[in-house]
Write a protein that binds this ligand. Sequence first.
Ligand SMILES: [Cu+2]
Length: 157
Amino acid sequence: MQSAYTVATLAFVIGVAWVGWIAYSLVFPAEGQVLTATPTVEFAIDGGEAGPKFGFAFEGQQISSPGPTLTVKTGDIVKVNFKNNGATAHAFSVVKENSDEAPIMFKATIGTGPRPLVPGDRGSIVFNADTTGTYYYICPVPGHAQLGMWGEFKVEG
Ligand SMILES: [Cu+2]
């Protein structure tokens, strides 16, 4: 009966590990993982260049720096649809300060500095804007925020 006991113990350990892994992945979703919650607010944003300046715009509008201010309410499920409408690689991140070295907020990033979107590419992210404050969105490609790729991201209580 030793082997039956061993099999039962092994099955129990695997079961506990499996349930634990599911619980962990629900509490700590992977970086950039899209929430399945239904968005309560949605933005379509272009990133690109306007002459020597880099910037953002609402989809189809003229790129500007800073980009348009995005305002949501605390607890909104925000969906951002980003298009790289420029001629070089860009990405989109919500960050704590206006710097490409600032921490990403709400796991809200579409592409990253090392892995941006190529020209013409699109990406989306859904996130919970659960902390009131004034944040920024930038292009995290090194140097691009300084060249103008930033705007305010306000989460109002
Ligand atoms: Cu950029």
